[in-house]
Design a protein around this ligand. Structure first.
Ligand SMILES: [Zn+2]
Length: 237
């Protein structure tokens, strides 16, 4: 009931600035990032595939991600998908000769109860939008729901990087039936997630796929958190 009211209320205003009208006003849309960048978390989990983010998880972009994920502003999947597509393209453009694909975009699964409670799968929707954009850009990418939640992980909020990794170990698995299409020897996989924080979730997704012998070439995300690092110590005199 609360969500229905939020839909009604938020549906008539910009999800970023609150301006009445469309769910994303022209000004906020024009301020969205247009170029993706490599975004290594510090520290990065060992063996993490190349992580790329379209922008920083802050300000308007954070509002946008959450308006779609938490408040079901489904039409925001389009701008989010375009940003995810720029991240995927950055990964694909960086691949060497002989890494020609086919390419599969593999969304990180939202945990079962979360998806059921929210009644939608945010990353799947955004990934489908991104794949459509990538096809228009001349990159034939398909969405493959290869990952399943094994349902053992607790909520991640408030956990430190190491605790996150421990909490997530074994929390995802590769779907038995779905993985057959991914197994062709030249198929390349790009993992898709909305927010990159410590990289622990992406690393667990990568592990689940690589354990099945699948080839992951990168982690494409909409936004990455920028760590508040302690000031570097001055060099020894
Ligand atoms: Zn706005």
């Amino acid at each position: 009931m609360r969500d229905a009211w939020l839909d009604l209320l938020l549906g008539s205003s910009c999800g970023v600035c609150g301006l009445p009208g469309r769910v994303l006003c022209d000004l906020c849309e024009s301020r969205l990032p247009r170029a993706a960048r490599v975004a290594w978390p510090t520290p990065a989990p060992a063996g993490l595939a190349l992580p790329v983010a379209a922008g920083e998880y802050a300000g308007g972009l954070r509002e946008l991600v959450n308006a779609h994920k938490e408040h079901r502003q489904f039409s925001l999947a389009r701008p989010l998908g375009t940003m995810l597509a720029t991240s995927v393209r950055t990964i694909l453009d960086g691949l060497g000769e002989g890494e020609g694909g086919p390419f599969l975009l593999v969304p990180v699964p939202s945990r079962g109860p979360v998806v059921r409670a929210r009644g939608h799968d945010p990353m799947l929707r955004v990934s489908r939008q991104a794949a459509g954009v990538l096809r228009r850009w001349g990159h034939p990418v398909l969405v493959a729901r290869l990952l399943r939640s094994a349902g053992v992980a607790r909520d991640q909020s408030g956990l430190r990087a190491q605790e996150r990794s421990a909490n997530l170990a074994g929390s995802m698995r590769c779907a038995t039936r779905a993985r057959r299409r991914a197994r062709a020897p030249d198929t390349r996989l790009v993992i898709a997630d909305d927010v990159l924080t410590t990289g622990a979730t992406a690393r667990e997704a990568q592990r689940a796929l690589e354990d099945r012998g699948l080839h992951v070439v990168g982690i494409a995300t909409v936004a990455a958190t920028v760590k508040q690092l302690p000031a570097p110590r001055s060099p020894q005199h």
